[in-house]
Every structure is written in structure tokens, then in C-alpha cells.
Design a protein around this ligand. Structure first.
Ligand SMILES: O=C(O)CCC(=O)C(=O)O
Length: 321
């Protein structure tokens, strides 16, 4: 069996430390109950909110783009299997244009702006909803994962009432690297200082890399599940989360999306709105960057996966150190 780890640290799957996300399908149409659960748990998880066909079309759209740049094998495998190639041409292409095409693909857009999703956020947040213009489609290679953090230091320069939706673009069992969230962390007073930070201004790193060490400090179980196409996990910017590592022995990538939503009339964090043609997001003084997480095995390192925004040259090509 493929192992379960987080940033290389073993994860204790004992029920005292690790549990299943609670599905909210039974209260899906009940705004009051959803708001109470959002307040209590910090997250709303819904099985099959979006029809799987819509999600799988987005998966195909994105994986074929990755196949075009040699990251995914569509010659010996069905591109939908998301099997990684050992070497790619990613350093030779205009990465800036490539990630823009991922973010703006029509099928991808019909997932992140799906009426069921917008309707759910309207009920959770209690009013008309504004999705961020910027989006974060994510491809996680084997051996990669994600550091543990909360979103609010990264996206909270406008309203503090910002929510994320994490959407699996395919089947994601535990060994394939799904998102994990730390139960009760959104209300933990030990995190007040962390929540008030501005990640870009303070050059903030991960809150932690070791899930067990953090759990010992803060308490709570890690929660996740075997995600399936159509499932949606929505969580507040104050929920501490990370991901299990992608330990697929089949060399399957993990494909997912994270996008942000807030109330329409609330103050916006201007970095993520408007014609985000050059969305390097973080306040980088020295040149242009694009959102391209991972690449742990590439010559430019990124061994702890911290630098998700990678420098590109004037032709949009990845700059290797
Ligand atoms: O998908 C991941 O591995 C990380 C996603 C994330 O950090 C987020 O949704 O805020």
C-alpha cells in the first residue's frame, strides 16, 4: 500500500488524531444551519455538489495542457489518468502564458463559477458573493505536498471574511495527497498573532511542516477524506490546513483547484481582482513571478515547497538558479 505522509513526516491515522471530514449534504439548503456549522467547524464539506462530468471536463482540459508541455504522459497512458513523465519541457516554454491558460480555461471556469458553488457560498456567507478573479489550479507531482498554513495572511488585506473552496479535479485517495485541515484551528487563540500577519510584507514561511508537532501544540484532529470528482470543501481563511504528500506508486499527479470567495460589498484585497494579467500576487520587488507550485526535483530546488511563486524572465520562461 502507498504510504501516508505530510511533508515527509508520517501521519498518525489513529482515530484520536485523524478523522473524516463531516459532510453537510443534509443541511445544504438551510442557510441558518450552514452558517452555524461554518461558525462551529470553520468548514463546509459537500459530497457531489458539482456534477462529476463538469469536473472531469476541467480535468481533461488541464491535463492535456500539461501533456503539451511534457509534464503528463498522454502517449502511453490516457491523459485522464494524470500519469507524470520523468522529464518535461517546462523550462523551455512561456510559463506565464501557460498558467494563464490553465486559470482561464472554459471548463475550469465552469467548475469554479458553478452555480451550485456560488449558491452554497451565498448561503454560507449570507449575501451576494464575489469570487476572486485570480484562481489557483494546482498540479502536485509525486513526492510533493504543501506546507501547513492558514490563508488569511495571504489574502486578507480586504475583508477578513474570505473563504476558500478546495475542489478535487479527479479522484484523490489519501496516498494521492488530498487537503487536510486541523479541527478547531479557526478559533484557536494561540493563532491570533499568526492570523494577523501579512504574508507578503512579513515574508512569512509555513506555519509548520510537521503535522504531529503542530497538533501537539494546538490540539484537534487532522481531517480529510478520499475525495471524488464533484466533492467540494469550503473553509474559512482562518482554518489551518496543508496536504498529505502525493505518494502515488502509479506516478499519478494530484490535480485540484483552490479559489476564493467573499461578500460582494466587502472590501477587496486588490491584488486578486481586476484584469490580473500579471498576477504575481505577492509583493515581489525584483521582477516577475508566476504561480507554479512544486517542482521539488527541478534544478532550482524548492525542497520545502515554500516558493510557490517562481521567477520568470522577460519572455515568461522559468528562471532556474
Ligand atoms: O492544494 C493544496 O495542496 C494546498 C491548497 C491550499 O493551501 C489552499 O487551498 O489554501
Amino acid at each position: 500500500m502507498d504510504k501516508t505522509s505530510c511533508n515527509g513526516y508520517p501521519v498518525d491515522l489513529d482515530a484520536a488524531y485523524f478523522g473524516e471530514l463531516k459532510a453537510s449534504n443534509d443541511i445544504l439548503e438551510d442557510g441558518k444551519a450552514l452558517q452555524q456549522r461554518a461558525e462551529d467547524d470553520g468548514y463546509i464539506f459537500v459530497r457531489g455538489l458539482i456534477d462529476p462530468d463538469t469536473v472531469l471536463k476541467a480535468r481533461r482540459e488541464i491535463l492535456l495542457k500539461y501533456a503539451t508541455v511534457g509534464e503528463i504522459d498522454n502517449i502511453h497512458n490516457d491523459p485522464m489518468d494524470g500519469v507524470l513523465r520523468d522529464s518535461s519541457y517546462i523550462t523551455q516554454i512561456n510559463l506565464d502564458a501557460f498558467v494563464t491558460s490553465l486559470r482561464t480555461g472554459a471548463h475550469y471556469e465552469s467548475v469554479v463559477l458553478h452555480p451550485e458553488l456560488l449558491g452554497l457560498f451565498k448561503r454560507i456567507l449570507g449575501g451576494a458573493v464575489q469570487p476572486f478573479d485570480f484562481r489557483w489550479p494546482r498540479m502536485m507531482r509525486v513526492g510533493e505536498g504543501c506546507g501547513i498554513h492558514a490563508d488569511i495572511p495571504y489574502i486578507g488585506r480586504g475583508t477578513r471574511k474570505v473563504w476558500t473552496s478546495w475542489i478535487p479535479l479527479g479522484d484523490i485517495p489519501l496516498h494521492n495527497g488530498p487537503l487536510i485541515i486541523l479541527e478547531g484551528s479557526h478559533k484557536n487563540p494561540l493563532l491570533d498573532g499568526y492570523f494577523s500577519k501579512d504574508a507578503a510584507k512579513e515574508k512569512l514561511g509555513w506555519l509548520e511542516r510537521d503535522p504531529v508537532a503542530l497538533q501537539q501544540k494546538l490540539g484537534g484532529r487532522w481531517l480529510s477524506t478520499h475525495f471524488r470528482p464533484g466533492d467540494v470543501l469550503c473553509f474559512s481563511g482562518h482554518v489551518v490546513h496543508g496536504a498529505l504528500d502525493n505518494n502515488s506508486s502509479q506516478k499519478r499527479c494530484r490535480l485540484s483547484s483552490d479559489t476564493r470567495y467573499q461578500l460582494k460589498d466587502d472590501v477587496k484585497d486588490s491584488r486578486w481582482f481586476g484584469n490580473v494579467a500579471n498576477p504575481y500576487g505577492g509583493d515581489y520587488e525584483n521582477g516577475r513571478r508566476v504561480f507554479y507550485p512544486g517542482l521539488i526535483a527541478s534544478p532550482n530546488g524548492n525542497a520545502d515547497l515554500k516558493e510557490e511563486w517562481k521567477p520568470v524572465d522577460e519572455d515568461g520562461r522559468l528562471v532556474l538558479n
